[in-house]
Ligand binder design. Structure first.
Ligand code: SF4
Length: 120
């Protein structure tokens, strides 16, 4: 099995890890390079179902700034990130908006909402 290089993003140390599926043990991983157990959990999650929190901005009318920063309320599958960015690019809101306001509910059926990350 091929060894994958991964960087754990759970804390600022950013451990570089080498992750490989064990021979004759499908689903079991050999993980090296992590400095704590969280890295192993991260490697399993990233290996089976990589996800990302998406951050971006959307157009806002009637506000002191032209764009409103937004993010997904929780990580979404990595292979949906570009599709999500296309959806987000079509969003236009009218101020005022409060931090935490939901701009798109259940983005692409992921269970994650698109929310404002500042009041404007
Ligand atoms: S493995 Fe542990 S110490 Fe290393 S980056 Fe992840 S959380 Fe931080």
């Amino acid at each position: 099995m091929e060894t994958k290089e991964m960087i754990c993003i759970l804390c600022p140390l950013g451990c570089k890890m080498q992750v490989k599926e064990k021979t004759n043990q499908p689903g079991e991983l050999s993980v090296r390079g992590q400095q704590c157990k969280l890295g192993v959990d991260y490697a399993y999650d990233e290996y089976a179902n990589p996800t990302r929190t998406v951050t971006s901005t959307v157009v806002i009318q009637k506000a002191p700034l032209p764009r409103l920063p937004v993010k997904t309320s929780k990580p979404i599958p990595k292979d949906l990130v570009f599709q999500a960015l296309d959806e987000i690019a079509r969003v236009e809101v009218i101020g005022p908006v409060k931090i935490g306001d939901i701009l798109i509910k259940d983005l692409l059926g992921t269970g994650s909402d698109l929310i404002a990350t500042r009041s404007l």
